[in-house]
Design a protein around this ligand. Sequence first.
Ligand SMILES: *Cc1c(COP(=O)(O)O)cnc(C)c1O
Length: 457
Amino acid sequence: MKTIIEPFKIKSVEPIRFTTLEQREKILKDAFYNPFMIHSRDVIIDLLTDSGTSAMSSEQWAGIMRGDEAYAGSQSFFRFERVVKKITGFKHIIPTHQGRAAEKILFSILGGPGKYFPSNTHFDTTRANIEFVGSEAIDLLNEIGLHPEIRADFKGNMDIEALEKFINKVGAENIPLVMLTVTNNSGGGQPVSMENIKETRRICDKYGLKLFLDACRFAENAYFIKKREKGYENKSVLEIAQEMFSYADGCTMSAKKDALVNIGGFLAMNDDELALKCRNVLIVTEGFPTYGGLAGRDLEAIAQGLEEVLEEDYLKYRIRSVEYLGEKLIASGIPILEPPGGHAIYIDAKGFAPQIPPEQYPGQSIVCELYLQGGIRAVEIGSVMFGKYDKDGKLIPAKLELVRLAIPRRVYTQSHIDYVIEVIQEVYQKRDKLRGMKIIEEAPMLRHFTAKFSYVD
Ligand SMILES: *Cc1c(COP(=O)(O)O)cnc(C)c1O
């Protein structure tokens, strides 16, 4: 088999500024060892997130020029609505400025104290929006998803038994909706099978519950289904995506992921009454229903991106390029969450730096070292992001301690990724020198964005 090449040519480039180790030592210290506080011009390879970091195509840029900026009834909205309806089949399509705005609208209407929202795994902003309205966000990830070393096809799946047990425990009347995150971002970018979506639907039907998809990476999930699930090998990715959405009552979407744009999102659903309430909140917090929190040009770029993301040459390259990074790390003995996910590789920080206990944030220590040694920016997805405190102020660690290397879409070439591999190998060889860290300042919610760190001793 020949090398799978990038299915695009480069038309416009953005320079990378190189830094020295000495410069990076100072930069990292000034950023209080938190990569979110580093300026992007000081980063060589930016794997902080795949969110809003995609390179747009020439057709998307053309759409930016075509954007109809009418306040009401914009042509760009109708194109956007047409494409989203074609893929999702939902009746009401509500544009928002990003995924969390869709979440905020949805949970501010459906949530409140005493309400529970079960999911395979909630993303951090989803969890925060649920907790912000006084409800509880419940993760019911399939057992296999909790074992980074086990290779399985659909490690993002919901634990169906646990879901039913949970419904019986708290009562269906206290569960406004069930969510499925596809792919499961915080659970390692692992896909959810069609069978699992169907089973979740079956349980929801049994108890009269709504099912919503957190659809940020629906196309990557659909491609995994095509490659891994029996009966889907000859279906188009669009058909698979349509089937996925057909089992749901609605979705939230961050267009910054699988719509290949730098900003945008939407909320979609079938329920007329709920849609009316959502649009009322939308008008107060985002904007008129035909633009939400976006410009007409953004809606054009999203519509075009949603068409491009379903092209199989693109998805083949996308999934393969992430897998390439994963395979090289595995071959060097570096523990990662297996198999490679759709948008990112997750280093298993407990396996990488076993000398650092969870209370000293092994993932954060690795993140800092990757920046120091190679100017690579990654993010901790472990006890910094998801840790909680008990009533005595003692840390309740996250289930997994991971370092995420998220791959922006259509941005880096194979030589960039080869460089990343070399840096990680170098850090791994010197892993005994990695030191534990502590938080010296933090915010009450989503603390990972702004927390300040120092090394312990
Ligand atoms: C990014 C993301 C969100 C939030 O979307 P934003 O556009 O960043 O607000 C929600 N869920 C998942 C799974 C995500 O990856």
